[in-house]
Design a binder for this molecule. Structure first.
Ligand code: ATP
Ligand code: ZN
Length: 296
């Protein structure tokens, strides 16, 4: 049995948008994660690995300081952290294909916005002051950055700021607050990061093994054949959700007028979150199959 000191630590989000997909990725890589009694860690019983279950904001610090050798965190959180440190103490190993979102500047709907110069002298509310500050500097614009830790989208209504800079995936939160995106500050997804602090030999072996397995998972997440059933009025939305698909085959279902089978080759990764979105859009009986050979 390796001693406790030889166990590798991977920091993942305890609960939130990335936690389920982070665990899923590690499970697909073959890690058997025990559901722990303890809230802060989860033991992997077939590898010398412990998961640290923390707030996403703490993950960059843990990895930079070497408390955890690896971490899974949004690029947005990582880059905001890195801008506050003089020295980079971690390396991004791979984008993981989930947790997609973008840090966007948004203006009240109906406001005249015709380019970044409209932001000069304005107040902009955000939880990402460094990323926003760096973006404004690149644009050569001086604006007042108002730091908020949450509920940023309420700032214009409360009179705290004229603009907001916040994470957006579907845009529905902005829309619900009568805001419209005007600029993209950063495109983000979850990434695997590794500390630059030295890793001892025993841990290095576990790390090499882990990385090989994660590579394997990411590689087989390439093209997939996807099939599902859907009512006619959901076909357009479903086609828009399917990654890397332009024209799926749509086949009438015998005895079910208005219902179709939809088949397509996805050139990009199909993640659990994609399946969830498809289901929300009205798809049922969704099957994702590996493709053995393909010739265009
Ligand atoms: P924690 O309690 O861990 O601090 P949090 O509330 O800061 O959680 P979540 O809302 O769970 O964070 O988001 C975690 C990450 O998910 C974000 O940093 C971002 O990388 C990603 N993400 C994907 N889509 C969105 C979205 N629409 N809004 C916010 N974050 C998103
Ligand atoms: Zn957070």
């Amino acid at each position: 049995m390796p001693s406790n000191g030889a166990r590798l630590h991977i920091a993942i989000q305890k609960s939130g948008r990335l936690s389920r997909y982070s665990r899923e990725l590690l499970r697909e890589a073959g890690l058997r994660i025990q559901s722990g009694k303890n809230d802060l860690t989860a033991r992997v019983d077939n590898f010398p690995i412990d998961l640290m279950l923390v707030r996403d904001d703490d993950i960059p610090t843990f990895v930079a300081d070497g408390v955890c050798e690896f971490g899974i965190v949004g690029r947005n959180v990582l880059e905001e952290f890195a801008l506050g440190r003089k020295e980079e103490r971690f390396d991004v190993i791979a984008p993981l294909g989930f947790g997609h979102c973008a840090l966007k500047l948004a203006a009240p709907r109906g406001a005249d916005y015709d380019g970044a110069q409209c932001l000069a002298g304005q107040r902009i509310a955000t939880s990402y002051p460094r990323l926003l500050g760096a973006w404004l500097e690149r644009q050569g614009i001086e604006a007042r950055v108002v730091r908020m830790s949450g509920a940023v989208e309420l700032a214009p209504r409360l009179g705290i700021a004229g603009f907001v800079c916040d994470l957006v995936s579907t845009g529905s939160t902005l829309e619900a607050n009568n805001l419209a995106p005007v600029e993209t500050v950063l495109e983000s997804e979850a990434v695997l990061v590794r500390t630059r602090m030295p890793i001892d030999e025993a841990k290095q072996r576990a790390a090499d093994n882990l990385l090989k397995r994660i590579d394997g998972v990411l590689a087989t997440q390439g093209s997939k054949y996807i099939m599902m059933n859907a009512p006619e009025d959901a076909l357009a939305e479903i086609t828009a959700i399917l990654p890397g698909v332009e024209a799926p085959s749509v086949i009438p279902l015998a005895g079910r007028p208005g219902h179709f089978a939809l088949h397509a080759v996805c050139q990009e990764t199909v993640f659990w979150e994609t399946l969830h979105d498809l289901k929300q859009a009205g798809a049922s009986a969704i099957l994702v199959l590996p493709i053995e050979k393909m010739m265009q």
